[in-house]
Design a protein around this ligand. Structure first.
Ligand code: MG
Length: 389
């Protein structure tokens, strides 16, 4: 039996353990795995990863069993990225590790929760979910005897930190440097970023249709989804809508993936970076969409923003979620004695070092770690006088 395809393994441009900037705390090399496999395994076993199952992507977790959660979103990002990673001869283990960790710092209630928490933290340094994902893997996970966090490799941590304000970057040393000198991260990090957008644009079309918040008629008006719908309909006249939607979404992902592979392969070939370091100082990011696809993706993104994320049914839920988080924050910040003992001790220690900012960060860490249902329940426990505990 012959293989469908084969690649000669990672190219010279791929990140690799021998040129890795390493872990913050040195550890002996793993016996049977690559360093990045070890990172991936640590992420899968951490508790923030398990909590992704009960956090909102767009639709709040209890709205239906068919919608994406942060966990299924994460797995879809990972699938898309691994396909592209192998085709471009990047380091697939590192790609996987970054993708699995990319949303670990997300608050309950999706972007609504993140905006609300950022608002609460405005005078205490703000709240950025990318930075929070880094806090989770650097600090907040408590599972190892020798260190806080997961002690991941530099390249994995750099991939997790997709965006970062200049003020925060200055406090992150080498990890924040690229935001200040505008160099690029490794190719695996560049890819994880694009794979995230491929996954959410495609699955939000699917979830939005299922929820009845957007329609096929609307999607017919857009360049890419319109073309795909016509293509499927003419190949399969009379196909039922359910299969039509799946077929369209499947082709959407396929086209986006193929576009990134072909465009990036050409960019890598032109730049021909001899090492992972050369990628960082290249003139442009090497992992990217073609200009035509970039335009079509932007159109789809705008459509989803206006028709789905700001749909009045979503908005009502968003408003409620934000109120819930704000009340949780204000109440806990005012009286940290309401925090569970472990979070209280941590918050007190942070307050001792950084005053009100530390106190606020301790409360934000606690809230950001909550799942949707835990946040709703904790709100109930704090505000409903009939609840004793
Ligand atoms: Mg994501």
């Amino acid at each position: 039996m012959s293989a469908d395809w084969d690649t000669p393994g990672p190219g010279p441009w791929a990140s690799n353990a021998s040129s890795s900037l390493g872990r913050r705390i040195a550890e002996p090399a793993p016996a049977y795995r690559t360093e990045y496999q070890r990172d991936r395994d640590r992420i899968i076993h951490c508790s923030a990863f398990r909590r992704l199952e009960y956090k909102t992507q767009v639709f709040v977790n209890h709205e239906g069993d068919l919608f994406r959660t942060r966990l299924t979103h994460t797995l879809e990002v990972c699938q898309v990225a691994r396909t592209i990673s192998r085709a471009l001869r990047l380091h697939e283990d590192l790609t996987e590790a970054i993708c699995l960790a990319h949303d670990l710092g997300h608050t309950p209630f999706g972007h609504a929760g993140q905006d609300a928490l950022h608002d609460c933290m405005r005078s205490h340094g703000g709240f950025e979910h990318n930075l929070q994902s880094l806090r989770v893997v650097d600090l907040l996970e408590e599972r190892y005897a020798d260190f806080d966090g997961l002690n991941l490799c530099f390249e994995t941590r750099e991939g997790i930190l997709k965006h970062c304000s200049a003020a925060n970057a200055r406090q992150l040393g080498q990890l924040g440097q690229r935001f200040l000198d505008r160099s690029h991260p490794g190719l695996e990090a560049q890819l994880a970023n694009l794979a995230d957008s491929i996954a959410y644009n495609s699955h939000d079309v699917d979830d939005g249709l299922r929820a009845g918040l957007i329609s096929l008629e609307q999607l017919e008006q857009l360049e890419m989804t319109g073309r795909l719908l016509r293509e499927v309909r003419s190949a399969y006249p009379g196909l039922e809508d359910r299969r039509l939607v799946y077929e369209m979404v499947r082709r959407l992902i396929g086209e986006l993936v193929a576009d990134v592979i072909l465009t990036s392969r050409a960019a890598i070939s032109t730049a021909s970076p001899e090492s992972p370091e050369a990628v960082r100082t290249a003139e442009h990011r090497l992992i990217r969409y073609s200009p035509a696809m970039e335009r079509q993706q932007a159109e789809l993104k705008q459509f989803l923003l206006h028709q789905l994320y700001r749909h009045h049914r979503v908005y009502r839920m968003v408003a409620k979620a934000q109120r819930t988080l704000r009340q949780l924050f204000d109440t806990l910040f005012e009286d940290i004695g309401l925090l569970p003992p472990r979070q209280l001790a941590r918050t007190q220690a942070m307050e001792a070092r950084h005053g009100d900012h530390g106190r606020a960060r301790g409360v934000a860490d606690y809230i950001a770690g909550m799942t949707d249902r835990f946040a709703i329940d904790e709100h109930e426990r704090l505000f409903n006088p009939r609840r004793l505990t």
